[in-house]
Design a protein around this ligand. Structure first.
Ligand code: SF4
Ligand code: SF4
Length: 866
């Protein structure tokens, strides 16, 4: 081909795929200089490979996949390309829609914080314009942060929910409460009307018709999509708090709200005792806030009924790890898994969707040669990339892990020296796993025996194998046994206690580790020190300035025990949690909350739970407060306040300080740093943590002194047990509580999606995230869909032994035949209507991952119950 003569060339404006209409990322290739940083970042850092250079010479351009369709190409909207593009050719849409070019270019300030979503704990920079967060960027890749410059779609684009019009700006009090003289009295309706309101129950909404899955660009040339988005349509309005929900409330002053709250909590304590009260603290709140909450309930209200969502997350991991190793946290660091391990074994963790920045690190580990084994009933992205995918039937993990250990022992691949010097009770485990040869396990799990053998050999031969797990393993009624059998496999092979052999329960929310460390669990104070130990109690009583006898020596109730008639709990304080969506068997939970004597909810929005409250306290979001958070690798990090809370909303810390004072507990802190200075007095493993030291990369505890550098991996020589050895606990396989049968032939699994978070309170009000995944779906295998005569987007009805609900089908090979996957973020198709509330005997975790359901086509509008 003859090159165009230089003299007749204009400097060509580049073109390329523009992603028109995209809610988060678009391209203006006229400013592209073809540096290919975006292509390399997508391929080498995120290991996604969506972008490429097409054509040659002067015609070269940046393309998205083969046909301009980011969905089809597998884009995860992480924004790594936005971060690295030096010219703004790839840019983020949201700031340009709400702020001027000058505001974006010259923010009033840039403040370092921690992402409010998952336990990876990515550090991010909040840019401030006009008193709001104008955009979020990540620190330099060279900066020593856990995320090394990356974020996922939630961290980079999920920041606008605090400005949503649903945001609570003033305290609310339920109409019916009146002040008469010095006291508040209830003059409203009694009985079932007491907490009623003009809304449908979650159960009622579950049965209604639903929109089809969103019309994604998949299969369509992006050039055929409309060039302009509908600027008149605020997509967030669809999930806004419905107007009638506010009707049972009136706006109140803070003084009224505090007065009524203090009066009623105090009254219930006086009349029924402290154990008639309970609080749900929050894994979304800081360490300091969780510390103050448990301090308030223990020292002012005299109960250990303090818990939070860890109960529905890693409580079974904590139970199993405490029993075996006397620890409740990961042994290692994310960096060692990325750079130093030879084999990664992941059980029940969809890391690239639930912890995407860590997921990318795992993919980079595979690129450098680490072997990947995934044990998961679903074909997740990592399962697709894995050297071995053990696609077992849900809930059969004990049989699988036991068979792996049994085969390892049969081949003599165990670490004999580690077993002899670092563990006890190995012989009992040897006997327990002996009957589970791979053939027998194959019949139970559905995984071919040869695959089990190969996986076992790779795991044992490491030389450094890291073991990761998450909710796929823990959220079972025998979750403690499931984790215990995985720990046996790990200990039998000596895969802990050295750099590259990490034990990592991958934590869910951004501070679920910290909330647990701070004693927001019913049987321990900070640092997991028992509430039953009088010596420990005396230590806390002294620091809190209360008589030791006022602190209860009785272990409190857990989340899943509280929401039961027999719990005796009559008054509740809920900070930043939404149990009416997250608890199993929602219909029962919703009924229970309606029967309470007094309910206070502290939150950003009038959530599904808050609508039943007596008092709603408007609190602060992630960028509106300073505090510390602990990520999944025990790293304590500071997040700084960037903007003030809007309206009359207040910082959670400020609210808890005021309430403590009103309940007679001296709490004269002025800042989160003051609270940390008290925390370190009663938390030996944090004793060396100070705010100045936590700046930058933070500190991984244990950090016992002011000079200690923190601990990146644990257990090199001994475990923190009495004899320094790990206790191996024999476990018997038991089938899941509900197995499919003729009436309920499918197994339902629940979990998260990439674009949403927990009960959707935040992400469904984040415009970009919600635009990507705006409606509830149920994933079903193509063969099952065809058999039921169901196509993509068609309505299907799911019925379990507890309830029924309707949702739209997403036909996908990610689920195995005979299984369905239901994300739990959506009020209108709440997965937990169907789940089984039976509890793990040790950790009181519910069976959230496995219940038997019937699946039928549900053709609108005839949606009468099947
Ligand atoms: S990073 Fe930006 S300038 Fe460089 S090739 Fe990609 S789009 Fe073009
Ligand atoms: S990986 Fe987790 S912490 Fe990091 S940006 Fe995403 S949601 Fe936030």
């Amino acid at each position: 081909m003859t090159p165009t003569p230089l003299t007749s060339r204009d400097l060509p404006l580049r073109s390329g795929d523009e992603r028109p209409g995209d809610p988060m990322i678009r391209h203006d290739m006229t400013t592209c200089i073809l540096c290919t940083r975006c292509v390399r970042a997508c391929e080498d850092i995120q290991v996604v490979g969506v972008l490429d250079v097409a054509y040659r010479g002067e015609h070269a351009e940046i393309i998205v996949g083969a046909d301009g369709d980011p969905d089809k190409a597998g884009c995860t909207w992480c924004g790594e390309c936005v971060r690295v593009c030096p010219t703004g050719a790839i840019f983020e849409v949201m700031p340009r829609q709400r702020f001027t070019a000058d505001q974006i270019r010259r923010p009033e300030r840039v403040v370092r914080g921690v992402c409010p979503y998952c336990g990876v704990g990515c550090q991010v920079d909040f840019h401030v314009a006009g008193g709001q967060i104008s955009r979020v960027t990540s620190p330099d890749i060279e900066a020593d942060t856990p995320n090394y410059g990356s974020t996922c779609v939630k961290g980079r684009f999920g920041y606008d929910f605090p400005q949503h019009k649903d945001r609570l700006l003033k305290p609310l009090i339920r109409r019916g409460w009146q002040k008469e003289g010095e006291r508040w009295v209830w003059r409203g309706a009694r009985g079932t009307e007491r907490r009623g309101g003009p809304w449908q129950s979650i159960e009622g909404e579950g049965g209604e018709s639903k929109p089809a899955t969103p019309p994604r660009a998949t299969g369509k040339s992006v050039r055929q999509l409309p060039l302009l988005e509908r600027v008149d349509l605020d997509i967030r309005d669809r999930v806004a708090t419905p107007g009638p929900w506010y009707e049972p409330f009136r706006e109140a002053t803070w003084d009224e709200a505090f007065e009524l709250t203090a009066q009623e909590l105090g009254r219930i304590k006086r009349e029924r005792g402290g154990d008639a009260l309970s609080c749900f603290s929050s894994a979304k709140c800081s360490n300091e806030e969780n510390y103050l909450m448990m301090r308030l309930f223990r020292a002012a209200l005299h109960t250990n009924n303090v818990d939070h969502c860890t109960r529905l997350c890693h409580s079974t991991s904590v139970a199993a790890m405490q029993r075996a190793l006397s620890t409740s946290a990961a042994s290692g660091s994310m960096r060692e898994v990325e750079t130093a391990c030879d084999v990664i074994f992941i059980a029940g963790a969809n890391t690239t969707e639930t912890h995407p920045v860590f997921g990318a690190a795992l993919k980079r580990a595979c690129e450098r040669g680490a072997k990947l084994i995934v044990a998961d009933p679903r074909r997740t992205e990592l399962a697709d990339r894995a050297d071995i995918h053990l696609q077992m039937l849900p809930g059969t993990d004990v049989a699988l892990f036991s068979a792996m250990l049994s085969h390892i022992l049969a081949r003599g691949l165990e670490d004999k020296q580690f077993i002899a010097t670092r563990t006890t009770n190995f012989e009992a485990v040897r006997q327990a796993v002996a009957p589970y040869d791979p053939e027998r396990a194959s019949k139970i799990t559905g995984v071919p025996a040869d695959l089990i053998r190969r996986a076992a050999e790779i795991y044992a031969q490491g030389p450094n194998t890291s073991t990761l797990w998450a909710m796929g393993l823990t959220q079972h009624a025998n979750g403690t046994d499931l984790v215990a059998s995985l720990l046996n496999l790990m200990l039998g092979c000596g895969m802990i206690g050295r750099w590259g052999a990490a034990m990592m329960p991958v934590r869910g929310q951004n501070n679920v580790q910290g909330a647990s460390d701070m004693g927001a669990i019913p049987f321990v104070y900070t640092d997991y020190r028992s509430v039953k130990d009088p010596a420990v109690r005396a230590e806390y009583a002294k620091v809190w300035g209360v008589p030791a006898e006022s602190l209860s020596l009785k272990e409190g109730l857990m989340v899943t025990e509280v929401v039961k008639e027999e719990s005796g709990v009559r008054g509740m304080f809920i900070m930043g949690e939404n149990p009416i969506i997250s608890d199993p068997d929602i219909a029962h939970a919703e009924h229970w909350f309606r029967e309470l004597e007094f309910l206070v909810v502290q939150d950003l929005f009038l959530t599904e739970t808050a609508r039943y409250a007596d008092v709603v306290l408007p609190a602060s979001s992630f960028a509106e407060k300073t505090g510390t958070f602990v990520n999944t690798e025990r790293r304590i990090q500071i997040s700084h306040q960037a903007v003030p809370p809007p309206g009359e909303a207040r910082g959670d810390l400020e609210i808890l300080i005021e309430l403590s004072e009103r309940l007679g507990l001296p709490t004269r802190f002025r800042s989160a740093e003051d609270v940390m200075n008290e925390i370190v007095q009663v938390t030996p493993s944090w004793a060396g943590a100070t705010y100045p030291r936590l700046e930058g990369r933070g500190l991984q505890y244990p950090v016992p002194t002011r000079e200690h550098p923190g601990t990146d991996f644990l257990f090199a020589d001994r475990f923190p047990t009495a004899d320094g050895k790990a206790l191996m606990v024999p476990v018997e396989y038991a089938p899941p509580v509900e197995l499919p049968d003729d009436e309920y032939p499918f197994v339902m699994n629940t979990g998260r999606q990439l674009y949403h978070w927990h009960t959707g309170t935040m992400t469904r009000r984040a415009s970009g995230l919600d635009a990507r995944e705006p409606t509830p779906v149920v994933e079903i295998h193509p063969d099952d869909a065809a058999r039921l005569g169901v196509g993509e987007g068609d309505l299907i009805r799911l019925t379990s032994r507890r309830n029924t609900m309707v949702s739209a089908a997403r036909v996908s090979e990610r689920v195995a035949p005979g299984q369905v996957f239901v994300p739990f973020h959506f009020r209108e198709a709440a997965a937990n209507l169907l789940t089984n509330p039976i509890l793990d005997p040790y950790a009181k975790m519910a069976e959230l991952k496995c219940c038997a359901v019937r699946v039928e086509a549900a053709r609108s509008p005839a949606l009468s119950p099947a």
